[in-house]
Design a binder for this molecule. Structure first.
Ligand SMILES: NC(=O)c1ccc[n+]([C@@H]2O[C@H](COP(=O)([O-])OP(=O)(O)OC[C@H]3O[C@@H](n4cnc5c(N)ncnc54)[C@H](O)[C@@H]3O)[C@@H](O)[C@H]2O)c1
Length: 280
């Protein structure tokens, strides 16, 4: 079912790598809802991924940009405004990467150059996008900017590593810039804290299969899929959520409010029984 929620709206979508990417699903949904947008990712991701296919499907142009480079971002925003013949209404920041996670370095044995890269790619890039847009006065009044986060920003989850720190910073940037941009331009900035999702970035998280199972059992509504997330993003880009800003919005089937569920307790109980059997 489509509602034309984004009819006439123009946007920039960061982070579609392949058809598992959350940004890919957001692009498909935004297209269905009538939006026009530019797709962007790093030149490497363009080569390794399949974003061309998405661009064709959504009738979108691709402008490569490394989101840690202010120069690349300026080029992206200027060119996007040329394509649209005006300002941008929405932006999705769907970017995350930790070299420490990639190299298997644990939180108590981090490489600090990698740590800075994690923060730059996964959090500061959001500040850079917002600052570049502000300097170029690129976002329309009542425009909407969304970045994707994870509950590890608030709670410690084994194996999420320095990405937890990056997500805390990302959410803080949404609040700090949300105030300034809201006050001056009526532009809203939020983060969506998404369930674990099987994507290229997601599969880098230690023990992802177990984490998916655990959060599925813990969440009364079950894990939110990438498609579900796309639906939520579209509502935030639409005019129906004009007074929502500076929020970290949990989109996780209820996980973040749970302590223990029947399904998780049952599984936990089983493991004790297995332990007993092993002891026999
Ligand atoms: N998958 C999950 O379990 C999950 C859960 C909550 C939040 N998130 C967040 O969702 C977002 C999207 O991740 P995903 O799960 O769709 O995985 P993904 O691997 O499909 O997307 C990550 C994207 O970041 C891009 N990227 C990396 N470095 C970049 C740079 N320097 N400049 C521009 N782009 C760069 C990659 O090319 C890729 O397209 C990330 O912020 C991630 O942390 C993911």
């Amino acid at each position: 079912m489509t509602y034309n929620l984004l009819k006439g709206k123009k946007g920039i979508i960061f982070g579609a790598l392949n058809d598992m990417s959350i940004a890919w699903k957001v692009a498909e949904k935004a297209h269905e809802e009538g939006a026009r947008f530019v797709l962007t990712n790093t030149p490497v991701a363009m080569r390794l991924g399949t974003v061309d296919e998405l661009a064709q499907k959504c009738n979108a142009q691709i402008i490569p940009a490394d989101a840690t480079s202010v120069e690349d971002l300026e080029n992206l925003v200027v060119k996007s405004m040329e394509i649209f013949g005006g300002k941008i209404d929405f932006i999705l920041h769907s970017i995350g990467m930790s070299p420490n996670v990639r190299k298997g370095l644990s939180y108590d044995n981090l490489n600090y150059d990698f740590y800075q890269k994690t923060l730059d790619i996964s959090a500061l890039s959001f500040h850079k996008v917002l600052l570049v847009c502000r300097k170029l006065d690129a976002i329309s009044e009542w425009g909407s900017v969304v970045a994707l986060s994870y509950v590890a920003a608030q709670r410690t989850l084994y194996g999420y590593n320095d990405m937890a720190d990056a997500k805390s910073l990302l959410e803080s940037i949404a609040r700090s810039f949300g105030y300034i941009y809201g006050r001056d331009k009526k532009i809203r900035i939020n983060t969506i804290s998404q369930s674990p999702t099987l994507t290229t970035a997601g599969s880098g998280v230690k023990g992802m299969d177990k984490l998916l199972d655990f959060s599925e059992r813990m969440s009364p509504l079950g894990n939110a899929s990438a498609e579900d997330c796309a639906g939520y993003c579209v509502t935030l880009f639409s005019d129906l959520t004009r007074k929502v800003t500076m929020q970290n919005l949990f989109h996780d089937g209820g996980f973040s409010s749970m302590g223990m569920s029947l399904k998780a307790m049952t599984q936990y109980d089983k493991s004790f029984r297995d332990d007993d059997l092993e002891g026999d």
